[in-house]
Every structure is written in C-alpha cells, then in structure tokens.
Write a protein that binds this ligand. Structure first.
Ligand code: SAH
Ligand code: SF4
Ligand code: F3S
Length: 480
C-alpha cells in the first residue's frame, strides 16, 4: 500500500523525464547537497560522487534545506564518528517532514558496515551505497524515484574510478587530493577499514599523472596522493583497463616511481602523500623525496603504540625497534628538517600503565611535529572485537589519551619555537580564519603559517620569516 502510494507520488516526476528537450525538466535541475566525514579519502570520494551526479544533471547546493537529494559520505572508524552521523540524520529527518519528497542517501564506510540495517534503524534513509558502488548511484536514485528503497554495498576488487574526473568540492583551487589506491590488505586488529573498503587495489599511474597535470594546468599548486598504505602501491601494465595506455614499459610501477612521475610534472607543483605504513616504508621512498625539492618534507608514519606487545596485538607487524629504525632512516636520509607525524591509540585491549608509558617514551624519542590521537573504540567484527576484551576502563583510556595529547602539544610547541627567525617557503592557500587581513599557507613540512596579506594572492609561493608561534600555528612576515 505504502509502496504504491510512493510510486504514484513520483510518477509525475518520472513522466517529466520524457518531455521533449526545451521544456522544463525538473529532474535535470534537481539540487544535490553532499556532506562528508572521516578521512581525506572520503572527501576525495565525494568529489567522484559529485562528478557522477553532475553527469545526471544534478546541480550543487551548500544548503541542505534547498536540496532535493542529500548524500552523507560517512565514516565508521570509531563509534563517535557513527554517532555524529546518527545525530545529523535527526536534523535531516526534520527537513523531510517539511519536504516529503526529499531523498536522503548514506554513502561511505558506515553504509558499507551496516548495509540494509541502516534502512531498518534510520527511517529517514532512502538509499545506501558503499565506497565501491558510486557508479551505480544514478540507478539507485531512479529506484528511489520509483518509490523503493535502494542499496548497493558490493565491494569490488578492481574499482578505482580512474576514468572519472572529480569535481573539486573542498578546494580553494590551490590544493587537491588524488586517490592513488583503494582498500587495505592489512588487518590491524582494531581497524574497520579493511571491512568497509575491501581489498587493496592500485590505480593506473598514467591516469594519476594525467589528473595531476590537469590540476596544475588549472592553477593548482599542490596535490596529495592518498592511500591507506601508499608504500604498497603497485601497478603493472597488464592491469590496464584500456589499451590506450603507454605500454612501452613492461615494468611494475611502485610508489617511489609514481612519486617521481608526479613530481616531474613541474617543480612548482608540490607533492604530498599519506599514509605511510612503518612496515612498508622503504629507503627508496626517502631517497626519492630527497631527489625532488617539490616533494614535501613531511612523513605521516602512524605508530599507534610505543610498546611491542601491544603492537603485536594490534597486528601492526612491526615492533618498537623496527619503528625506531625507520625514524633513523628518515633522519639519516632527509635530515632533521623533515617533519614526522603520527597516529596514536590510547587504551587498546589489555594495555598496562607501563605499556602506555612506552608510548609516551617513544614520543619523547621521536618528538613528533604533530599527531592524531584517539582512545580505543571497539569496532564490531574486527579481529580485536572478536579476540580481545575491551578491558581498559573508559576513564583510564581518557586519562592516558590526555597525557599523550599534553606531550604532543609540548613537542609541537618546542618545534615551533625552534622555527622562530627561520625563513620558510609557504604556499598561500586561503585567507586566515581569524582575520581578513591575513593569509594562511603551509610550509613543505606541513606547518600552518599565518602572515599579513601584502600584495600577494592565493596560490603564490612566498618566503616567510617566522616571528612568533603557538602549538598549532606559526606567525610571520613575508620577506620581499
Ligand atoms: N591507514 C592508516 C590509518 C587509517 S585510520 C594507517 O595504517 O595508519 C586512521 C587512524 O584512526 C588510525 O591510524 C588509528 O590511529 C585510528 N583508529 C583506527 N581504528 C581505531 C579504533 N578502533 N579506535 C580508535 N582509533 C582508531
Ligand atoms: Fe586500518 Fe591498518 Fe589498513 Fe591502516 S593499515 S587502514 S590501520 S587496517
Ligand atoms: Fe573513516 Fe572510512 Fe576513512 S572508516 S577514516 S572514512 S576509510
């Protein structure tokens, strides 16, 4: 009964689709609002989704209350990330009460994790699409137009969206993300990503270089190559989807070669990458970074814990000594000016005070420039959830996390204080949030610098002398 009613509600709209061209077609001008959560990969995926939807005639709006379709690209990495989405759905539910033909779709990792369960739990949701199902969005939407709920959470072994030119949604026209691979084959015991993003696959390097070239020609000055574990990037010409590729070489392309190919596009194009995995990061990557000034001198090398027993339980497949050896390799090959950042998890299953102290002592040893720090959140279905009790009490997890955060702040401030009077090349990215009279940009080491605008413009490279700092930001003046 309900379904019949929904079908007839949309009949008029579907009929309009076959109107002769020249007449008003509401389906062609439907408005799409996209909201993204989680890692850079998700933000990058939203740009692929935007491209697919633009081809369907959707136009973009940044106000959800004027949208015909709301897509939320979700994260499932910690429980809190999913709670944020659930709260957001309450808001969209209010909107749907006012606007009954509004379509609400859930994309991304939470969609993949919960699948049809999401439709049962969240009545406002009409559509669920996992990270490998975005090409199917037009069909899923037409299914919703016909009054049905629509789901596709199929995970692919091949999909890289290599041929889809992203529409840049989150960019000021200076920096952009490029996905170079998808999925993850590591099975860190705490992590949901292998379940939500599937098997690892590398994207055709020629399509990556093409995308970076086009960005540079359009005025972009920085690209960040994205993957869960960029060091395991590997592509062989036999993996090409089309015959139009340069098959002169029969060599497998690994990450250092890809990095060099992108760096060679132009010395004025900065290249960043994330994330490096300590078990896979090779000296060859470090030498490639050294060989090109435009490859930014910053490595994100998440350690997660400073204790070898915990690392083993986390299934990170390296220990404290191995990690420290990789830090030495960075220092030896790239010198002290290469920034190093990390991710840390406090209170993983069975972690003792002494083991937590090992994380703090490792931080003292490495002196990270910055870190992303979390307390452990059990994720259903992961190896840790199945094997290890989540037995560190929440107040202990939070206290350990606050100790990690305090230490990181002290290290960041110490690095920043050392930068005072130094001169850095800064790429201007945007106006400062605090004042219209100031610009904000980043150094090669990924440090945020704020300085008076002068006669410069967004996208310029300027030499800035640092005059003051806090733990998050450097302040300076441009040397003319
Ligand atoms: N591929 C990256 C990490 C991606 S997830 C890597 O291997 O480093 C980003 C970060 O979220 C992780 O590095 C980890 O610190 C954190 N994280 C992942 N699962 C978590 C969980 N269950 N609880 C708390 N933090 C988690
Ligand atoms: Fe998760 Fe580990 Fe893969 Fe990173 S490397 S995405 S932490 S499984
Ligand atoms: Fe979150 Fe998925 Fe990224 S779980 S961190 S959006 S890969």
């Amino acid at each position: 009964m309900e379904q019949k009613k929904m079908l007839s509600k949309h009949d008029a709209a579907i009929k309009n689709r076959s109107e002769p061209s020249g007449t008003h077609n509401p389906l062609l001008h439907r408005k799409l609002y996209i909201e993204s959560y989680g890692c850079q990969m998700n933000f990058s995926d939203s740009e692929i989704v935007a491209s697919i939807m633009a081809q369907q005639g959707f136009v973009f709006t940044n106000q959800y209350d004027e949208a015909d379709l709301i897509l939320i690209n979700t994260c499932a990495i910690r429980d809190k990330a999913e709670q944020t989405i659930r709260n957001r759905l309450l808001v969209f539910n209010q909107q749907k009460l006012k606007q009954p033909d509004l379509i609400v779709g859930i994309l991304g990792c939470m969609a993949e994790r919960l699948k049809t369960q999401l439709l049962e739990e969240e009545k406002v949701v009409d559509l669920v699409a996992g990270p490998d199902a975005y090409r199917d969005l037009p069909r899923l939407i037409s299914q919703v137009d016909q009054g049905y709920k629509a789901v596709n959470t199929f995970l692919s072994k091949e999909e890289t969206y290599a041929d889809i030119a992203p529409i840049r949604l989150h960019s000021s026209g200076v920096t952009a993300f490029i996905s170079i691979m998808r999925g993850c084959n590591n099975m860190c015991s705490f992590c949901i990503v292998p379940f939500t993003r599937g098997r690892e696959r590398s994207r055709d390097p020629y399509s990556i270089v093409q995308e970076a070239k086009k960005l540079f020609e359009a005025g972009y000055k920085e690209v960040t190559l994205l993957g869960q574990n960029v060091d395991s990037y590997s592509w062989h010409p036999s993996m090409a989807a089309t015959a139009s590729l340069d098959s002169a070489s029969n060599q497998t392309i690994h990450f250092p070669q890809l990095l060099a190919m992108v760096a060679e596009i132009d010395p004025k194009l900065r290249v960043r990458f994330s994330t490096s995995h300590p078990k896979d990061m090779t000296d060859e990557v470090l030498y490639t970074m050294k060989a090109y000034d435009n490859i930014c001198k910053h490595i994100h090398l998440p350690v997660q814990s400073g204790n070898s027993r915990i690392l083993k339980r986390m299934n990170r497949t390296y220990d404290r000594e191995w990690y420290i050896e990789r830090i030495h390799a960075i220092r030896n090959i790239l010198g002290p000016s290469c920034a190093i950042s990390s991710d840390m998890i406090a209170g993983f299953c069975s972690e003792t005070e002494e083991e937590h102290a090992d994380t703090l002592s490792l931080m003292d040893y490495v002196q990270y420039d910055f870190s992303f720090m979390f307390y452990y959140s059990e994720r259903p279905g992961t190896l840790a959830a199945r094997k290890y009790p989540d037995d560190v009490p929440e107040d202990v997890k939070k206290r350990r996390l606050s100790e990690i955060i305090a230490k990181q702040r002290a290290h960041a401030l110490m690095h920043h204080q050392k930068s005072i009077n130094q001169v850095y090349q800064v790429l201007i990215e945007k106006c400062s949030k605090k004042s219209d009279d100031f610009f904000q940009g980043r150094t090669s080491q990924n440090k945020i610098v704020v300085f008076p605008k002068g006669a410069y413009k967004i996208g310029d490279y300027v030499d800035v002398q640092i005059t003051s700092c806090n733990a998050a930001t450097l302040f300076g003046t441009v040397l003319s």
